[in-house]
Design a protein around this ligand. Structure first.
Ligand SMILES: CC(C)(COP(=O)(O)OP(=O)(O)OC[C@H]1O[C@@H](n2cnc3c(N)ncnc32)[C@H](O)[C@@H]1OP(=O)(O)O)[C@@H](O)C(=O)NCCC(=O)NCCS
Length: 285
């Protein structure tokens, strides 16, 4: 019988963690093709704690699974749980999840969140069995936008060059908290010089904004917000129209937008397809 032990992810070389992670995500609903450099970047951006994450090792040598845990004060987030196909259904996934929950508890964390893509019944059943409960829906948009023509022309829209202007009052612009990967600590890791933006309202205190990065004809909306909830939808529609006009024929990408987020409805109205939907689940300790 195989002997599988769990070790802390900071006790082995990062290449071993990466291999365990990538191999654990074989046959995933969405292909995970993450180079070592990209993996290292994700660890840093998403604040994954290697000390609190675990790697499963078979017969003392062979990495066969990983569970990654990110921590921010009392909040935690599982950034991936994967078991290599040959040892699935032997209880390893549950074992690793229970191990990172224990790590989170011992660090004073009171909540863990994670996402489960629609159709991943194996993972859903594992999480539910442990006590995770659905919290909200997150959607990923990708495709062409057809905003209302000239929707923005009457408004005083101006290019937002300094994201600090809005990120310094982040909570005021985000009545709906963002998903882990698009929350302020991750956003702050962007090179501000690569970010472009449009805003509405006072140039010292914008009322609403979108921030994005352009990669050729792909435009990724990295953040958006509004401090005026009753006008958020109108403002964001105008800002998206301005963005599309300044990047004609672009495909828009926006990751993990909660359905309650005003930009979500705006992108739907503009015809941008939802390419992936998932549920955010949470476990309160
Ligand atoms: C999801 C995954 C981590 C489960 O790992 P695992 O080691 O096979 O799971 P376990 O053996 O610990 O099973 C624990 C529970 O999960 C559920 N489960 C696991 N695999 C299942 C399957 N194929 N079908 C239905 N339920 C399943 C069951 O409720 C199971 O409890 P039970 O054995 O008492 O019935 C594994 O399938 C995997 O790595 N998949 C690819 C990556 C992935 O989807 N990760 C999750 C991202 S959200």
């Amino acid at each position: 019988m195989n002997d599988v032990s769990l070790v802390s992810a900071d006790s082995v070389p990062l290449e071993v963690v990466w291999r365990a992670f990538v191999d654990g995500f074989r046959d995933y609903v969405v292909p995970v093709e993450l180079s070592f450099d990209e993996f290292e970047q994700v660890i840093a951006d998403e604040k994954i704690s290697l000390a609190a994450s675990v790697v499963a090792v078979r017969d003392g040598v062979e990495p066969c699974g990983a569970a990654m845990l990110a921590i921010r004060t009392a909040e935690s987030w599982c950034g991936g749980l994967g078991v290599v196909p040959s040892v699935r259904r032997t209880g390893l996934g549950r074992r690793m999840m229970l191990a990172i929950i224990k790590e989170a508890r011992t660090r004073g964390v009171t909540r863990m969140r994670l996402e489960c893509i629609d159709g991943n019944h194996a993972a859903w059943s594992l999480y539910e069995g442990i006590g995770f409960r659905p919290a909200r829906r997150l959607e990923i948009f990708r495709g062409a936008a057809t905003p209302r023509p000239d929707a923005w022309k009457a408004a005083s829209i101006w290019p937002l060059g300094d994201p600090g202007l809005v990120w310094n009052r982040f909570a005021a612009y985000h009545p709906v908290p963002p998903a882990w990967q698009t929350d302020l600590p991750v956003l702050r890791r962007h090179n501000p010089q690569r970010l472009l933006g449009w805003a509405i309202g006072n140039t010292e205190r914008p009322r609403s904004y979108v921030l994005f990065r352009a990669f050729g004809d792909l435009v990724r909306i990295v953040d958006s917000g509004s401090s005026v909830p009753e006008q958020a939808a109108d403002h964001l529609a105008m800002l998206v129209a301005a963005l599309v006009e300044s990047n004609p024929r672009c495909n828009l990408i926006a990751h993990n937008l909660p359905v309650e987020n005003s930009l979500n409805a705006v992108l739907r109205d503009a015809g941008v397809p939802v390419v992936l939907a998932q549920t955010e689940l949470e476990l309160r300790f």
